[in-house]
Design a protein around this ligand. Structure first.
Ligand code: RB5
Length: 146
């Protein structure tokens, strides 16, 4: 299951992402927001990120105006590796190398056509599983404990 989180800046694009996931038969859980009324992106970043960190969802997709605020917030949740991607190369590489478990995008940065391609690339690319990448990911958890 895919955890979804957005703010008002990402709401419209998230509706397109939801339609796209439905067309692909991919199950999601929508943690809001649920309209274009102005909200605070950390609230929705935290809800979706906790669902991924707790194992309720395997991966997540986050959208705000830039993708920046919502990814910064999600990365505060232990175990979350949220990657801000506005191109397909980055979306594939962050799965292969970082085993990113959340994709963040900015709805004011890219159009929906590219965004849906990035979603597909992110969801369809597996982690390489290579030792050097596992070591580096483990270091993120070990070296940055607060
Ligand atoms: C909301 O206006 C905007 O600040 C937010 O969507 C996001 O871009 C923050 O990083």
């Amino acid at each position: 299951m895919i955890a979804l989180g957005c703010d008002h800046g990402g709401y419209s694009l998230m509706q397109e992402v939801k339609n796209h996931l439905e067309q692909r038969g991919i199950v999601y859980k929508d943690f809001g927001c649920y309209s274009e009324e102005a909200v605070d992106y950390p609230v929705y970043a935290k809800k979706a990120a906790k669902a991924v960190a707790d194992g309720e969802c395997e991966q997540g997709i986050l959208i705000c105006g830039t993708g920046i605020g919502i990814s910064i917030a999600a990365n505060k949740v232990k175990g979350i590796r949220a990657a801000l991607c506005h191109d397909c190369f980055s979306a594939a590489a962050t799965k292969e190398h970082n085993n990113a478990n959340m994709l963040a995008m900015g709805a004011r940065v890219i159009g929906s056509g590219l965004a849906l391609k990035i979603v597909d690339t992110f969801l369809d690319t597996p982690f390489s599983g290579e030792e050097r990448h596992i070591r580096r990911i483990d270091m993120i958890e070990e070296e940055f404990q607060h």
